[in-house]
Design a protein around this ligand. Sequence first.
Ligand code: SDX
Length: 435
Amino acid sequence: MENKVKPNGNATLTVGGKSTELPVYSGSVGPDVVDIGKLYAQTGMFTLDPGFTSTASCESQITYIDGDQGILLHRGYPIDQLAENSSFLEVCYLLLHGELPNAKQSKDFVDAITRHTMLHAQFDRFFEGFRRDAHPMAIMCGTVGALSAFYHDSTDINDPAQRTIASHRMIAKMPTIAARAFKYSTGQPFISPRNELDFASNFLRMSFAVPAEDYKVNPVLARAMDRIFILHADHEQNASTSTVRLAGSSGANPFACIAAGIACLWGPSHGGANEAALQMLQEIGTVDRVPEFVKKAKDKSSGFRLMGFGHRVYKNYDPRAKVMQKTCHEVLKEVGHEADPLLPVAVELERIALQDEYFIEKKLYPNIDFYSGITLKAMGFPTSMFTVLFALARTVGWIAQWQEMITDPTQRIGRPRQVYTGATQRDYVPMAQRK
Ligand code: SDX
């Protein structure tokens, strides 16, 4: 990656009467940054920013979010335009290569991914090691990490050809692994990928077909699935992407880095929120109980939060949530679930929250996880599979960010410091002298 930040003067930090000049840089859009890389050497001080609310960890050219405007761009293209006009594999190409593919590039990329969808025959035994009731995300963490044991020939991060093969293998095999995690939990036999099917149709068939009869992919659901994958593909330096970058900064192999991202995504504050949001809607149950839960969410002592609401960056409506809401209605109509009792609960919860002073003042809006659960449930997925689908789609974003980090000439191993408030040095106390 070629660094493209532009110098834009200096910031002066004055502490204890001593001033230090720190360079300021501008990106192509978004906030300027103060480069504090030399702050410790020049002042003997660290900065402190738990949660990294004001800290840029890297330069990136992949995804830009304007949280105040509710804008999400992938290589400059707005998410709503990509969701409407593109396909998931075309968005994968865009994220990885920086430009939309021409017809030949698109065909070659789709062929490359299609030909990597099968898993090593011995790999299926990994699933046998899990209990049938294992959470599919636990299976994903374990099996994706194990890919490096099977595909050791694409783990040299300094070889661009191996980085490309490893990237294609993970994008292609995640749907096969995800479908197997689902099938394993149901006790049904695994279904192999079919090369004549598109990415989303292949995944739906591997998830829902049974050997006892033919399976016809519903084109409306396939389009919805593909669009849902587009919505989840990348999201700049979120927690799981930052985990992948930090793991990758040590030189860890790509499969291990993606497995680390999956583990981080599983948290209910992050990718696990789609599962938690549906469970919350099920707990609310009926429209008349919505005010009770809104009240609870506003009461800090309750420890309860509206899952699928709020975002570190978006202080406006998550643009992905708007597309997800539209997709939700399309899917419910197609499967005849317009009467899903959870939909009016979600709509009422959103209506009340968007007009409530607490949510307005804290700028809490529905995020991508708010409507995804109802949609995925209507498509036939159990709640436990929701974050698996998020990880399936986000794999390309993690890989694109990992590739960018590996090829960034300024990249070094990530090693944050701390402000220490523990015991200062003291001598060992023999047992006989302890109280
Ligand atoms: C994803 O980073 C990404 O890009 C993530 C993601 C991606 O694509 O990778 O977009 C995917 O993770 C979406 C977010 C999914 N998580 C949830 O829906 C869980 C519920 N939301 C939150 O817990 C929370 O909003 C976060 C984790 C999403 C953001 O947390 P922040 O930025 O650290 O904000 P905060 O916890 O400091 O909250 C700010 C205030 C607090 O009140 P005060 O201390 O200021 O009085 O808002 C309140 C919070 O109590 N608040 C909520 C709330 N979210 C924040 N109150 C009620 N319900 C909520 N959902």
